[in-house]
Ligand binder design. Structure first.
Ligand code: GAP
Length: 525
């Protein structure tokens, strides 16, 4: 069972230190989030695994880290200055803004729409819908949608409203206050700008990049010449991007500051379709490899009408987030448009010399463009599970071990026995050389296990009296510890001398084999 709703993830994130509202003590900034101690580890794992799998493990890939601020002409050439815009609609009464193309869905998701649908489906609405609506207008309606025509003027508005609601059609009303006074949709450019230079009057207006991709295109010749790479080859980059989104929301899903993980894969013209198909599959498989359930992932090829005029194809990897299927990553076949545009605007030759044909060619490009924040959110939502254990709710994040922020928790069974505490802390320090490990003695063992379950730690190791024996009695203990698997809650007894080898097997996903090798331990939870 993945996360039932986003609120569950938002509150767990705050409670456990994954994600906090930005500038919370000042009332927060709606479109920005801060990653806490666990969130920063989680997101770093996502980015590091992306980098390792797409760059380090491939012969045909290299990395880049371009600047966030770029020459302003970059954005003229890329088309962002002229056409990187979304249509926005404003409410003239409560002064809220909405994406024009998302307005219908935003109305369907609004509190007042849900309340009206519930009312009409209930006994009062079924018996006399007009009367129920008029009552609602005089009571809840005043709070939920004070500017709605029904609330301001129930006599005239009730009939037409009933017609629309009966058809489940959406209403051109403000999702916040219900007002019908909405502006016509107008395009709003999404670029954020700033000034470079200490004196505003003489500074240069520059843009914060809205995508990392252009940093790769403008460096194409630098990378090709310095690395002597032959086509096909790709350049990957991870970094911050900024967009003045009209309606940021759904937690970290849509923000104005976010991180992208993008690849520009340069290939011979004519070979792009095969590379496109391979990248689509490879990027889908990547999410599955690190634990996202296949049934909550799908590929959505774009309709021809959705494509930019220069693009040949585009397919989104979508994830079934709690708010519905939404884009996780887009893979686009972009022809040679970007390189040609930058060549035209810079006056430089952005080509690759084909040694066989002895001619300069402009490579075609396949672009897998992912979001680090969206991927992190998807891993978090997908890992979430609730279950009943001995009549109590257990919340567990079933992260893949490589995604989990903490890999091992070392727990002393008794914190008032110095030999247990010493042994547990030294074991934790030993394990840290290979895995992120924590020591915790702040509660009883059952509570400590639940705490680690809730943050997704795959393995706990417990040091107890049996491990260390009793110094005063001259007993040295059995020098074994209890290893507990988060998902099955099974426990085994492992000699300290074998603990690192054992953990290596566990991290590689071979718990079932490990559990057959060592004697089981009766669960102390
Ligand atoms: N260079 C192509 C490009 O930027 P995009 O589909 O606009 O394509 C790629 O962005 C990915 O970046 C998206 O699939 C998403 O994961 C992430 N992304 C885009 N806008 C975002 C936003 N406002 N907040 C969080 N992530 C975003």
């Amino acid at each position: 069972m993945p996360a039932p709703d986003l609120d569950t993830i938002v509150s767990l994130s705050k409670r456990r230190g994954f994600v906090f509202q930005s500038s919370e003590i000042y009332g927060g900034l709606g479109s920005a989030w801060d990653y806490g101690p666990l969130g920063v580890e989680l997101k770093r794992n996502v980015k590091n695994l992306w980098w390792r799998d797409n760059i380090h493990l491939r012969d045909d890939m290299v990395g880049l880290d371009a600047a966030i601020t770029m020459h302003p002409t970059v954005w003229k050439a890329s088309g962002h200055l002229d056409s990187f815009a979304d249509p926005f609609v404003g409410c003239l009464e409560c002064v809220r803004y909405y994406r024009g193309d998302h307005l219908a869905q935003t109305v369907l998701d609004s509190k007042w729409y849900a309340a009206l649908k519930k009312l009409l489906a209930g006994p009062a609405g079924q018996k006399d819908p007009e009367k129920a609506l008029r009552n609602w207008a005089q009571n809840d309606g005043k709070k939920l949608a004070p500017n709605m025509p029904l609330v301001k003027n129930p006599q005239d508005a009730v009939g037409p409203l009933l017609d629309v609601l009966a058809k489940s059609a959406t209403l051109p009303l403000c999702p916040n206050c219900g007002s019908a006074k909405l502006s016509e949709p107008k395009p709003a450019n999404l670029m954020l700008s700033t000034m470079l230079g200490p004196v505003e009057a003489t500074g240069t207006k520059v843009y914060l990049r809205p995508e990392t991709a252009q940093g790769i295109f403008v460096n194409f010749v630098n990378v090709a010449q310095s690395t002597r790479k032959k086509l096909p080859f790709g350049v990957g980059q991870i970094g911050k991007s900024f967009r003045n989104e009209i309606t940021p929301g759904n937690f970290t899903f849509r923000t104005r500051e976010f991180e992208q993980m993008e690849i520009e894969y340069f290939c011979m013209p004519g070979t792009e379709d095969a590379h496109f198909a391979k990248w689509v599959q490879s990027r889908f498989d990547w999410y599955v490899k690190y634990g996202i359930a296949k049934e909550r992932l799908r590929l959505r090829p774009h309709e021809k009408t959705e494509l930019a005029f220069y693009a040949k194809e585009c397919t989104d990897v979508e994830y079934l987030f709690p708010m519905g299927w939404s884009e996780l990553e887009g893979i686009a076949s972009r022809t040679h448009y970007d390189l040609n545009q930058h060549a035209k605007h810079s006056g430089q030759r952005l080509t690759y010399f084909d040694e066989e044909k002895k001619e300069h060619i402009v490579p075609f490009v396949v672009e897998p463009a992912a979001g680090a924040d969206r991927a992190t959110l998807a891993f978090l939502c997908d890992a979430y599970a609730e279950e009943q254990v001995r009549n109590e709710k257990r919340v567990v994040l079933r992260f893949h071990p490589e995604i989990a922020p903490i890999k091992i928790a070392v727990l002393p069974l008794l914190r008032n026995r110095p030999e247990i505490v010493d042994r547990a802390t030294s074991l934790c320090h030993q394990l840290r050389a290979s895995w992120i490990s924590v020591y915790d003695d702040t509660a009883a063992i059952g509570k400590l296990y639940r705490r680690q379950d809730e943050i997704g730690t795959p393995f706990c190791i417990t040091v107890d009296v049996q491990t260390v024996g009793d110094r005063e009695k001259g007993e040295v203990g059995d020098q074994k510890v209890t290893v507990r698997d988060r998902d099955s809650m099974q426990q085994i007894r492992v000699p300290l001398a074998e603990i690192e080898a054992c953990m290596r097997e566990c991290m590689a996903g071979r718990w079932a084999d490990v559990a057959k090798t060592y004697p089981p331990q009766a669960a102390k939870e």
